[in-house]
Ligand binder design. Sequence first.
Ligand SMILES: [Zn+2]
Length: 60
Amino acid sequence: MAYFNGKKEPPPQVETPVWSCTGENCAGWMRENFTFEETPSCPLCHAEMKKETRTLPQIP
Ligand SMILES: [Zn+2]
């Protein structure tokens, strides 16, 4: 059942594992959940990525 009451609560912030680009001056990163490779490369500059944890809005 979907319902809308006009109020939208912000999603909770959770510690989320992410891949972060190691390239200098590159802000590329992506959620680990959204990657399908064991060691993805940066979608922006194709550099190696390292695992990090970030506090991000939770995705249901
Ligand atoms: Zn990069």
